[in-house]
Structure formats: structure tokens, C-alpha cells
Ligand binder design. Sequence first.
Ligand SMILES: *Cc1c(COP(=O)(O)O)cnc(C)c1O
Length: 397
Amino acid sequence: MAKIIYADNAATTAMSDRAIAAMTPYFKEVYGNPSSLHTVGQVAKEALDAAREQMAKCLNCEPREIYFTSGGSEADNQCIRSAALQGAKKGKKHIISTAFEHHAVLHTLKKLETEGFEVTYLDVHADGLVTVEEVKAAIRPDTALVTVMYANNEVGTIQPIAEIGAVCREAKVVFHTDAVQAVGHIPVDVKADNIDMLSLSAHKFHGPKGVGALYCKKGLPLLTFIEGGAQERGKRAGTENLAGVAGMAAALAEACENLRKNGEYLTRLREKLIDGLLKIPHSKLNGDRKARLPGNVNMCFEGIEGESLLLLLDAKGICASSGSACTSGSLDPSHVLLALGLPHEVAHGSLRLSLSEANTEEDIDYIIAEVPKVVEYLRSISPVWEDLEKGIRRHLI
Ligand SMILES: *Cc1c(COP(=O)(O)O)cnc(C)c1O
């Protein structure tokens, strides 16, 4: 098999050597249950505490404000449900979110709507951003929660989180952010960003899959999500995934140490890639070019199907995505691109390339050389493109 260029890091990342090395002792040498009172258990407990401390340092919070979960989806579910139910106790059953959240957030909100909650989904502008003014205008006396993602997983746009947090604090409304795409990639500081609750996931920053965490500001009540033992301060029962937690903490520490260097490197690759792909006629970049994750490129090419583009790129050794991993495989265009106001037929021709530090300048050159050929080929066999060429259909981009 020829060389593979992996450009789907928003779906998941390869583990770093440091994260793997941090995990291995917990499979055999340090196998204790952190709840056991004997030495073997206590050694495990110390490791758990150390990981929590390391995570807290990276996010600028206290260790006891971190709760380990099975990943980003669980953290989103627990934070949102918790804030909603606490609000309901005070008669507040209104929630504010956006139309382009991850499904872990959207589906939790949809479920809450069937349970008597009312949700306002803020429109996302064509640049992939929501404004703080719109959040402010949507807040009502009965608003229990505002949940706005830090950075979008498809178009990579970074929301004005600190400003939204400040507005929520002033209005005394709980503010949660799904920061799964942001943590480990751009600076995230729960204090400076005025965040009350946050979700993160290890496998998005070179840690292991199946482990994540939530941050819940001290003093803010947190609902018990899994009943059982007293683990995670009684909020999430179950013997801790010690190896996973150690791998996550090591991966986060490494990502935070290299945040600036990686950010600058990836931004350079991203800009080169965007410039290269924009040379394709009737193409466009989705989402604001500046307020975006360092490694995210999301483009639309008119007259083609994103799925066919992906398969042909895969045959050339380029692993990309047409949207989020959750929506690919279905024929509906991405709810994120539709939220940005793209017409269905344009949203269908989307391509997301999400880079990591493992990508090289040569990878970018190869992608820039290959994508136009594939787009041209697909257009040559596309009836839609033929109509566009003949002027039967109007070009939309
Ligand atoms: C990946 C992702 C999730 C889900 O995280 P898992 O750990 O895979 O459950 C949630 N939100 C966003 C924005 C993501 O990118």
C-alpha cells in the first residue's frame, strides 16, 4: 500500500508516544483499584490524583472540578442534563444553544424538549459564527442554560466563548461549552473564558479513545450520571479507567506544552492548503478563515458529490471526511453546512481536511495536486455540472 496521508484528525487522532508510555504501567504493574485501602490500591489512587491535577493545571481549574467520563459524548450529556434539571427545580426550563452543535449536544437537547424543556437554537451566520449579542438577546428570566460549542468539528470556527461566558455570568445563567475540538489545540482557560461547565475528549488530542472529562465549577451542583459507587465524588460511579485517564492527562500535558508551536505550524499548512484548493473554479471555503482551528480546512466544490470525492481521494491515499464521522454514510448533507446557510446541492459537495502535527509540507503539496484532478474528473461525469456548464442551472458558488 502506498503512503497514507491522514487528514481526518477532527474524527480521531493517532496516540502520541508519550500518551502510550504513560498508559502502559496501568495494565500490569499498577493494577490496583483506587478505591481499595491497601497499598496496591493506594498507588493506583495516587496515579488517579496526579492525572486529575495535571488536567486541572492545563485548564486552569482545581483538580476537584474535573470529573472523568467515558468521552466527550458522555460529558456533554451529563453537563447539559445536569444544568437543565437543576434549572427546572427553580422553574427555569429554557435552554439556549446553536443549530450547529455536535449531535451529542443536539440529541440531548431534543430529548429534553420531549421532557418539557424549551430550546432556542441560535442561527449560525454564513461565517460559521454566532454573536454574543444574539446570545444576550435570547436570554430570558427562565433560561437555565446556555450551551455553545467552543470550536465546530466540521468547519472549525471558534466562537467568542469568553464574551458569551461573561454575558451568561452577568445574567446568572449556567454556561456550558463543548470544547472537544478546542482543548489541546487552542488556548482554553476556564477562568479567563468565564466557563461554568466544559466537555473534552482524549482521542481528539492524541490520547486514547473511550475516555474524556468534564469540568464543573465548584459550587455548581452536578447531577449523578451513573449510580453506584462513590467514584468521581459520587457523580459517576464505576471503577476508574486508570490507564485511559493517565494517557489522557499525558496527552493533554504534551498538547498544552506545544500549543503555540503546533498552532503556528498547522496554521501555516492550513493557509497553504486553502490557497491551493481555492484555485479550483467554483470552490469555496466554509467558515471564517481567521477564527478557525489551526488544522481545519472545509471546502465546497460545486457540481460534485462529497462521498464520491472521498472514495476517490481514499484510493489515492488521502483520508478525509465530507462532514462529521457521524453523518457520513447517510445521504443527508451536513446539518452544520445547512446551518451556515449553504444550499443542499452545494453542501453535498463538501470536503473536510483536518490536519495534525504529523502532516508535512509534502502532504499538503500532494493534496493540492490530487484534489483538483479528482474534482475535474467528477465534474466530467456529473449531470449537474453539465447543466451548470450549459447555463441550464445557475452557479451558486
Ligand atoms: C468528537 C466530538 C464529540 C464526541 O466525543 P467522543 O469522545 O467521541 O464521545 C463531541 N463533540 C465534539 C465537538 C466532537 O468533535
